[in-house]
Design a protein around this ligand. Structure first.
Ligand code: GTP
Ligand code: SPV
Ligand code: MN
Length: 595
């Protein structure tokens, strides 16, 4: 297959002459192609086919132990001006970065096959969808892209002779000059995940893992798309999308932004603890929202697969995921059982006696490190989710009634807090802070600001992004969703979670649902609207009054301490911080003072 799109053809030729692969393969997205790619991964020694009796059609892949998560310190937004990347992004002047990358990509695919993957983020042909073309030298990446995006010939048909696409160049950065390959080639000393927001290009070098390498996900669908969304008046967000029906069968759709490994997949697939309520999944990680003719924000999930955190996934925490993972999955960096199945921490109450850990070594209970890497993941088609909503591929998207922001906060932030209006909701989003997780290299457990869960994913100045959110809310014809700040992760003095989480989060979703309908009551407080006494349905839940009050109280001392920290955080962005958010923090400060 080749292209009838001259610009695409030129880009592929130029890239091939730079990278000098032995062979070029245009991917057609077929099942046969997927099977052949998986065979290659197995033959390379990185992967193995799991036991057909336990996990039909599934693979276990082990990465290089140094290539296991996103590398935020090696991720760059190369806008012309540094201020347009903002203080939270790494920035290098674009011409300088291009010189560096041209040097690294020169001959980087020698001895390897260069794959060209035309893909659509969003249902093919949807007016909300965007097209990318990824070039990569990793068969594992191509197989994963087959699952995560819509890949192949139908995409070229939509592109036609001159359609727009985002060029996405990826290499593991390890030419095969002489001798044998390693199972998981990568180049840890020279990793670059680079975005040029003005020209809408992505160049990624040196890593084969997750968001570093599957360029449709964080690179295109968030970093580049956030820039497109700013320019075109819509929102590209790190959010799940769920469909929720009450016992009467009335349906609403919610979107929720939680930082990486903070519960999006789990909430999107939850089995409600409350009888009669039903939750179905539209998306678990990324949400693109555009206004429709009625002024409502309609959301699509641009992805076709889930790249989900394995540890902690069990029949208790996420039964639907366990069912979804029974077949046709790629597991990366989980542990292996003696009968050729997979295991990870939290899957069962106690680990099996004999395991092979994520590095390929024998592992026994009591061992110092975990058997599965904390950022081990599954890759699986959305269509396999037993509770995928029937409208998940609707090209028009689903209308959003509520937006939830949240993070991991052991203290201060209550279980749920409703914003009085859009501006306060944007303020809530801007101050989200969360304990860092294993989804990226860094200091795990450390509290950091992660506004709208977009800290690692916003392709431009974060303060301008807040202004964009405020501008969305200022649209005269907009019928805006309500905004809520939630926190499932409050702990007591001994470090135990105060709130049971998972399916019990349906109790919070119920209150939100009924707030949208104007049925449930809220108590206005200095920090926002909290559930009025008795309004959070805790029927059948073993929760004593003290814990309940702790989860829903206004921690005046804690919030007073937050005020100067928020001010300092905003100061990092200088005059770009929208006045409306400065007003919010000042007004919150003075309400707390006057209590
Ligand atoms: P990314 O894919 O990295 O964006 O992560 P995510 O936001 O989809 O997170 P995910 O749902 O995979 O959850 C990450 C971890 O948090 C898992 O180990 C879950 O078991 C745990 N978790 C999810 N929901 C809850 C909850 O309500 N309470 C508690 N205590 N833990 C939760
Ligand atoms: C995240 O880190 O938020 C993920 C995983 O969803 S990755 O695709 O690696 O970015
Ligand atoms: Mn994510």
């Amino acid at each position: 297959m080749s292209s009838t799109h001259p610009r695409l053809g030129d880009w592929v030729r130029t890239t091939a002459s730079l990278c000098r692969p032995s062979r070029i393969v245009w991917c057609n997205g077929s099942r046969a192609e997927f099977d052949a790619l998986c065979d290659l991964v197995v033959r390379s020694g990185a992967g193995k086919r799991l036991n057909e009796k336990c996990r039909p059609g599934s693979y276990l892949v082990r990465s290089d132990p140094v290539d296991v998560a996103r590398v935020e310190d090696r991720t760059f937004i190369c806008s012309q001006h540094e201020v347009d990347a903002g203080p939270t992004n790494n920035w290098v002047e674009p011409d300088r970065m291009r010189a560096t990358l041209n040097g690294l990509f020169d001959g980087c695919m020698r001895g390897r096959t260069m794959y060209v993957i035309p893909y659509s983020m969003g249902p093919i042909g949807s007016h909300i969808a965007k097209i990318g073309v990824q070039i990569t030298d990793s068969p594992y990446v191509v197989a994963s892209m087959h699952v995560m995006a819509r890949v192949g010939e139908p995409v070229l048909d939509v592109l036609g002779a001159d359609g727009e696409f985002v060029p996405c160049l990826h290499s593991v950065g390890k030419p095969l000059d002489h001798g044998s390959d390693v199972p998981w080639p990568c180049n840890p000393d020279n990793r670059y995940i680079v975005h040029y927001p003005e020209t809408r290009e992505i160049w990624s070098f040196g890593s084969g893992y997750g968001g570093n390498a599957l360029l449709g996900k964080k690179c295109l669908a968030l970093r580049i798309a956030s820039v497109m969304a700013r320019d075109e008046g819509w929102l590209a967000e790190h959010m799940l999308i769920l469909k929720i029906a009450n016992p009467a069968g009335h349906v609403k759709y919610f979107a929720a932004a939680f930082p990486s490994a903070c519960g999006k997949t789990n909430l999107a697939m939850m089995v409600p603890a409350l009888p009669g309520w039903k939750v179905e999944t539209v998306g678990d990680d990324i949400c693109w929202m555009k206004f429709d003719g009625d002024g409502r924000l309609r959301a699509i999930n641009p992805e076709a697969g889930f790249f989900g955190v394995a540890p902690g996934t069990s029949h208790h925490s996420n039964h639907n995921a366990m069912v979804m993972l029974q077949k046709n999955c790629i597991f990366t960096n989980v542990a292996e059982t003696p009968d050729g199945d997979v295991w990870w921490e939290g899957m069962t109450e106690s680990p099996p006696e004999n395991l092979t850990d994520w590095r390929g070594n024998a592992w026994h209970p009591g061992e110092s490190g975990p058997a599965a890497h904390p950022n081990s993941r599954f890759t699986v088609a959305c269509a396999q989710c037993p509770v995928i909503a029937e409208e998940w591929e609707d090209p028009h998207g689903v209308p959003i009634s509520a937006i939830l922001f949240g993070g991991r906060r052991a203290s201060v932030v209550p279980l749920v807090n409703e914003a009085r209006d859009w501006r306060q909701g944007v303020f809530f989003g801007s101050i989200v802070s969360s304990e860092q997780t294993a989804a990226a290299f860094g200091n795990i457990g450390q509290l950091r600001r992660d506004p709208m869960a977009m800290l690692p994913f916003c392709g431009y100045n974060m303060a301008d992004y807040w202004s964009h959110w405020l501008a969305i809310g200022a649209r005269p014809t907009a019928r805006l969703p309500k905004i809520f700040y939630v926190n499932w992760f409050r702990k007591d003095a001994s470090g135990r979670y105060l709130w049971p989480g998972f399916g019990e989060n349906s109790r919070v979703l119920k209150w939100i649902f009924e707030r949208c309908d104007g049925i449930a009551r809220a108590e206005p407080t200095v920090i926002g609207m909290l559930p009025a006494d008795g309004e959070l349905d805790t029927t059948g839940l073993d929760l004593d009054n003290a814990t309940r009050n702790e989860l829903l109280r206004v921690n005046v001392a804690g919030w007073k301490q937050e005020i100067p920290l928020i001010g300092e955080y905003y100061d990092r962005f200088g005059s770009r911080v929208p006045g409306g958010l400065r007003d919010e923090v000042r007004e919150l400060g003075s309400r707390l003072e006057h209590l």
